[in-house]
Design a protein around this ligand. Sequence first.
Ligand SMILES: [Zn+2]
Ligand SMILES: [Zn+2]
Length: 372
Amino acid sequence: MIPISRIESLWVDRRSGESIDLGGDFCLVCGAEPPLYHERMCEQCTRIRATIAKVPQHIQYFQCANCYLYDVGGRWVEMSFEDLQEELLNRNLQVDESASGLVTKISAEVIDDRNTVLHLEFTASIHGLQFEEQHVVTLRRSNGVCLTCTRRAGNYYVATVQLRSSGRRLSEEELNELRASLDDVIAGMTPDPMFFISSESEVQGGYDVILGSKGLARAWSRKLLRKWGGQCKETNSVVGHRDGADITRLTILYRRPGYNIGDVVRWSDILWRVGGWTGDGAVLSRIERIERCGASWRDMEKATVLCPLTEQLEVEMVAQDSSAGEFLNPETWTPITVRLPYDHTGSSTIRVAKVEGEWVALPNLGIDSRDE
Ligand SMILES: [Zn+2]
Ligand SMILES: [Zn+2]
């Protein structure tokens, strides 16, 4: 097509440099009378040169043959087939920049398992003229395998988290709560197809979980440390090669301490409650008076749990004075007198623990009023 600017100059050239008097406006292409629209062309010439959208005959797309995710611009995503159609059209149609008020109607005709024909109807306004167009495009599905399924199929995994305890067996209940915290971690993170559990099993002395993502494994280990204290040890090893790159496996060994926040322990011949965790050990809160101290994990190996949080009781007192309180032993219903805890504020209930046959009233810890 000859650009409009050239046409104007042709008119001039042919008349040996003299521009003629054209006597008012006319279509620069065919000479027709006004009204003129785009670049001084009549309606017919404008229409011939404009289309709302250029549509390819075929659009190919990939779908994971295993989990049915679609590949959209290099990412595997879950979406409905209707949404995919729109997405593919957005990516493959060239819509005229001067089109405004575009309305698209799509009707899909499924030809077979692989082919779907889309009938498209466009209406839009271009250069002040209303356009209507119909197009047909065939969507062609190809089978693919998404990244997640590739890795699963190859039994490919990247991180193992080993749940253990120091110097004892983890109880069924402890294992359950540790394992359940992984689901909380996954639920709290932005979804990622690599956040899958490849396998998990009970093993001698603990539990192993194999995950598809190192990031997930680390996030979980941070949660374990925050909630139950203890230590994590990370090991990286090369387990193979693929496409010229090392495949590394991360192993995180988590050791849960033999005690929990709130437990009554004896350490250095003194009774304490475990008050919380630092990175290097536990924070201890003395039972008989206000005193807090930090004990390293190594120090704490010498601590003995005398009454875990789960065996402590909240009891209603039947009598109290400024220093002592009396409650009924829930086992025998005989009255027991205990020294009130140093932080007692006069409430009618106290928390008590049976420590080597003796009842002891406990000062309050944050954990006592928490549901967690
Ligand atoms: Zn014309
Ligand atoms: Zn898949």
